[in-house]
Design a protein around this ligand. Structure first.
Ligand SMILES: Nc1ncnc2c1ncn2[C@@H]1O[C@H](COP(=O)(O)OP(=O)(O)OP(=O)(O)O)[C@@H](O)[C@H]1O
Ligand SMILES: [Mg+2]
Length: 245
């Protein structure tokens, strides 16, 4: 049997400081299969970025189980997690996170250079140039990110996320810093990637873009809501109660 790409069960995340605990995620059950396009919406502070950073192994959950392609990853050290992230996951951040000291080419090559098994120089070159072509930015390979427009920087961030051929592409507000024309162009690119088989999980505030997804998730106060607005967990609890009667 093929494992789902992503399987989260009862995932919680608590941020604790001396004064208080913030329950950012309160029991997330989520399954994402290969080729899905999932959008995540919800009010500010409901846990969207937290969920995305757990999905992308940038942080670890406080509780629950998280499997990627059948392998439990919730207990990994952050450096172990970084290896898996480099091989399986692409991340596109709202604020691009490009490194101004490096050229466009070297920014895109970065995930390949951090691979546990080193990638040959010629392969890096081929892959980077292929990704630059995908986002129509071949002519800017030698520029620095701060010499590019916002829309161009976002395209470079997309190329960097694609260079490792990720099984899963995680995207946080990809159009948040762009005008509507550049935003539409980025969404066209993401939809085309999904049509070609890349699994996508995207946080967005824009209902037009959320509607492009094959599955829409709504997050409220650290929980996923059902389509009728009821927290999923309440359904599960109610079903269990009915079954127990
Ligand atoms: N590092 C942290 N330390 C403490 N609390 C945090 C931390 N990161 C997030 N939180 C809290 O967790 C909750 C969820 O934050 P998160 O960033 O996931 O929200 P969000 O849904 O992405 O919001 P936005 O739409 O504004 O980006 C918030 O209450 C936030 O204050
Ligand atoms: Mg956020």
């Amino acid at each position: 049997m093929q494992h789902p790409t992503i399987l989260m069960q009862g995932i919680t995340k608590i941020f604790a400081t001396d004064e208080m605990e913030t329950h950012a995620l309160r029991g997330i059950d989520l399954q994402i299969s290969s080729g899905d396009f999932v959008s995540i919406c919800g009010p500010s502070g409901c846990g969207k970025s937290t969920l995305l950073s757990l999905l992308g192994l940038l942080d670890m959950p406080s509780g629950g189980s998280y499997q990627i392609e059948g392998k439990e990853v919730s207990g990994l050290s952050l450096s172990e997690a970084a290896f898996i992230r480099n091989e399986k996951i692409g991340f596109i951040f709202q604020s691009f996170n490009l490194i101004d000291e490096l050229t466009v080419f070297d920014n895109i090559a970065l995930p390949l250079r951090y691979r546990r098994q080193s990638v040959a120089k010629s392969e890096i070159e081929d892959r980077v140039m292929a990704c630059l072509k995908t986002v129509d930015m071949t002519h800017r390979a030698g520029h620095r990110p701060n010499q590019l427009s916002g829309g161009q920087q976002q395209r470079i961030a997309i190329a960097r996320a694609l260079v490792g051929s990720p099984a899963l592409l995680l995207v946080d507000e990809p159009t948040g810093n762009l005008d509507s024309r550049n935003g539409d162009a980025v969404m066209d690119m993401l939809c085309e990637l999904n049509n070609n088989g890349t699994t996508l999980c995207m946080v967005t505030h824009d209902p037009r873009y959320a509607d492009m997804a094959s599955r829409k998730l709504h997050l409220l106060d650290g929980r996923i809501l059902d389509s009728d607005g009821t927290p999923m967990q309440q359904h599960t609890t109610a079903l269990r109660q009915v079954a127990a009667q």
